[in-house]
Design a protein around this ligand. Structure first.
Ligand code: 13P
Length: 260
């Protein structure tokens, strides 16, 4: 399997950080550097309230905007939720689904993750499926059947032709926000198992093309170590992406990885 057909992906996950008045100064620094970036997919996931502004400011650029969550129903009486149909219509490109913080603080289950993945695909959004909950207990020693079970649940009913629009992220819970990243070897082991699981479910061609990201305490210091692994195609970055300079350093690292 070669990495060359998988464009590296660097996604900032702002979570609910940054105040409204910080958005434009952030983009003033980041946008000129990535607006024409073709070699790396660069994205920002932000809270819903900011998505319209982000879409408007990044229009015509290569910087992609992601939601951090979606509801699974397109319309209806679901007070306080955000519809995948509305996200697509306002110009959001990607949506994070099943982040550890959603699973642990908001009771998301494999079943709701699966409903949301299908809702995203149905509406033309590109889902980034976060695998973490069960895998965290293994601290990097991830048994294949655990990966396969979580992945199969998230992708239940998703047909192979839709996998081209799916990204998978491995974020061990113990590494998120802790300053204790997985070792590159641990992360690669998990990514390789995820790819093997995709192969078991969908066959080798689809497995060879699906992008798999690592997230959890990624910094400009360790980013290259993850990006250079055979099965890791990108990084999902929380804290280190809140500062434009360190986010751009990680984009540069991903770009350099394509050249090596
Ligand atoms: P940190 O980079 O702050 O550990 O957050 C990772 C994360 O949750 C990205 O989705």
């Amino acid at each position: 399997m070669t990495k060359s057909n998988r464009k590296p992906f660097v996604l900032a996950n702002w979570k609910i950080n940054l105040d409204p008045e910080e958005i434009n100064p952030y983009l003033d620094q980041v946008l000129p550097a990535v607006a024409d970036e073709e070699a790396v997919t660069v994205g920002i996931a932000a809270q819903d309230l900011y998505l319209g502004q982000l879409v408007a400011r990044t229009k015509g650029s290569q910087l992609k905007i992601a939601a951090e969550n979606t509801h699974w129903m397109d319309r209806g009486a679901f007070t306080g939720e955000t519809s995948p149909r509305a996200l697509a219509k306002v110009g959001v490109t990607y949506v994070l689904i099943g982040h550890f913080e959603r699973r642990s603080f908001f009771n998301e289950t494999d079943e709701t993750v699966n409903l949301k993945v299908k809702a995203a695909l149905r509406n033309g959004l590109l889902p980034i499926v976060d695998l973490d909950e069960d895998l965290s207990a293994y601290h990097g020693q991830v048994p294949e059947d655990v990966v396969l079970k979580q992945l199969a649940a998230a992708l239940d009913g998703v047909v192979g032709t839709d996998l081209a629009r799916v990204t998978i992220a491995y974020e061990p819970t113990w590494a998120i926000g802790s300053g204790e990243a997985a070792s590159p070897e641990q992360a690669e082991e998990a990514a390789a198992l995820i790819r093997q699981s995709v192969q078991n479910l969908y066959g080798p061609d689809i497995a060879a093309n699906v992008r798999i990201l690592y997230g959890g305490s990624v910094t400009p210091e360790n980013g290259t170590d993850f990006l250079s692994q055979a099965d890791i195609d990108g990084i999902l970055v929380g804290k280190a992406a809140l500062t434009p300079a360190s986010f751009l350093a990680l984009v540069a690292a991903a770009k350099a990885a394509t050249a090596s």
